[in-house]
Write a protein that binds this ligand. Structure first.
Ligand SMILES: [Zn+2]
Length: 124
């Protein structure tokens, strides 16, 4: 798809609405423009193609999994880094134990997240 300027996008959307299309709350997965509904069919006026709306909640959940998982991964890595620094500074055995447990838990989270991401990739 060509990269359209904002003006052209607005123009196409406005033209669709003028010709009787209804504005939907969802946005186009490709260009991010609001979707419209024409005669019961949901489409993107900017890309000029129909868009399948995911109604099933599990499917919708699956669609956001990769984003959630990479966010989770980022947070877990940042926390492990943070805790590792604290661990390096401390000499208190209790604190070391607590930190080691926390790091261990984070690594588990990270590993499970990566496994889940891998299994999602295989399904595609
Ligand atoms: Zn689009």
């Amino acid at each position: 798809m060509d990269r359209l300027g904002g003006d052209e996008r607005v123009k196409r959307l406005a033209a669709a609405l003028k010709s009787g299309a209804k504005l939907r709350t969802e946005s186009c997965p490709e260009c991010g423009s609001p979707l419209v509904e024409v005669k019961g069919e949901v489409m993107c006026a900017v890309c000029e193609k129909p868009v399948v709306i995911v109604r099933d909640e599990t499917e919708a959940g699956r669609a956001v999994y990769p984003y959630v998982l990479s966010a989770l991964e980022e947070v877990a890595v940042a926390k492990i880094d943070e805790l590792t620094r604290i661990l390096a500074r401390t000499g208190d055995p209790d604190e070391i134990e607590r930190l080691a447990e926390a790091i261990d838990a984070l690594i588990t989270v990270l590993r499970k997240g990566m496994e889940l991401q891998e299994s999602l990739k295989r399904k595609e």
